[in-house]
Design a protein around this ligand. Sequence first.
Ligand SMILES: [Zn+2]
Length: 213
Amino acid sequence: MILETFPVGALSCNCTLLGDEATHEAIVIDPGDEVSRIHRRLTELGLQLKQILVTHAHIDHVGGALKLKRLTGAPILLNENDLPLLKMMDTQAAWLGVQPPETASPDGSLADGLIVGLKAYPAQVLHTPGHTQGSVCLHFAPMKLLIAGDTLFAGSIGRTDLPGGNFDQIIDSLHSKLLALPDETQVLPGHGPSTTIGEERQSNPYLQLRRPN
Ligand SMILES: [Zn+2]
């Protein structure tokens, strides 16, 4: 198994590359920026990209997806509830004072429960709205690994003050979907260092709040 996570772009979005050395197939999660670097790494490793998975439609996570699709032919998957955000790319770019990247409708939706990824390394989509309406986490159960997007960070959670954000909803998503996972699950958040479900269950201040009814 090849598993590489590296920050891309001005907001240091964690981009993850997962590859299967036996089949030479790969997926890339959250190619927010630095697409030529991502593409070069795929080439260096001799991997063919099968899917581009996007945890949510914020510019720092989705910004390079179309460029990567054009280079590799791989389909882009994004939860359909984030389509309104995807269409707001000009607004999102203005928040950061950058040029808006080109975007296109995704090739499919990361619907809750869908199995994506590689044959040897499948992931189940967990729809975890709150940071955005279409935010998802990807649970690679056999690998005890969670790609958390901007839903859960080490010691914190995703902001809910941007369009589509909802604090009660993210707290509910965290309790109903993420805290249901085993403590030993390794978490790779959308920004910053990795953590585990057990560590966050114990010490993340946002997870000590009571679950809303
Ligand atoms: Zn975000």
